[in-house]
Structure formats: C-alpha cells, structure tokens
Design a protein. Structure first.
Length: 149
C-alpha cells in the first residue's frame, strides 16, 4: 500500500487541477484537504537571474536581490522557499511568472515532508535554506507566458 500524506492548500485552482492523484477532496475551513503520495523530491521556480547564486549558495530567501520574486515581489513573501509538489504546481508558478524574464526549475532533495509549511492562504514553503548539494537545475530559460496566447 502506498503511503499517503495530507496537504492543506488554500487555492482552489490547485485543488481542481490535481485530480491526477485520483484522491478525494474534502472541504476544511477556507482551504481544502487532498491526499497525495509521500513526496521525496520537490521543485522550485525562480528567475534565471538567480542561477549563479543558487549554484553557489543553494536556495536562501535572505539572499533575494538579483531578481524579484516569482509573483513580482521585491522582498520575500514568506520566511522560506516556495516548493512545488508536481508538474501541475510547477506550471502554476511558471504561469504567474512576473519577474520580467525567463525562469528556471530546480529539483530539490533532502527535504522531510514534515518540514513544509502549508498555509491556508497560499502555497507551501520550506522555512529554511536548502544547501547547494540539494538543488539540481532540471529546466532552464523558460520564457514568460504570453498573456494573449
């Protein structure tokens, strides 16, 4: 039997699109609950301008500065690094790209699922830096989406 963990998410668009897991969705307050397989790897979407810093230092929101956040913020939205669970969530972050340029997708390892914070009003994040040996560039130079496409 496959292990299951519960993730609380506040965005209904993520819930509606994650049916590939074939799991039930139950209302809970303003968020939803979804059952997903235990994840052993995660992903992070960020501006290509951050590539050199990530190679040197890993993921660390306190080093934010080469580029704005994925949604266009000039300072960290959370004290942590936003992580995606799957291709669907990666595509959400690529779609909301407001950095003014292309983005990269990094695979993240060495994260215990119990470390993740899943707020009811936002996306899940890891409240600690990720060392360079736990990040691998898996997609690079993804152009911003054309809003009219």
């Amino acid at each position: 039997m496959e292990a299951i963990r519960v993730v609380v998410l506040g965005h209904i668009d993520i819930i509606a699109g994650c049916r590939s897991f074939g799991a039930p969705y139950l209302p809970i307050g303003t968020g939803r609950i979804r059952q997903t397989p235990v994840v052993t790897r995660y992903f992070h979407v960020t501006s290509t301008l951050n590539r050199a810093s990530i190679y040197a230092h890993g993921l660390d929101w306190t080093r934010m500065g080469a580029a704005c956040g994925i949604a266009g913020s000039r300072s960290p939205e959370q004290a942590g690094c936003f992580l995606c669970l799957d291709d669907f969530e990666i595509e959400i972050f690529i779609r909301i790209n407001n950095t003014g340029g292309p983005v990269d997708v990094w695979e993240i390892s060495g994260v215990d699922p119990t470390e993740l914070v899943s707020p009811r009003d936002g996306y899940g994040y890891l409240p600690r830096p990720v060392a360079p040996e736990h990040v691998s560039l898996v997609r690079r130079d993804i152009a911003p989406s054309d809003p009219h496409a």
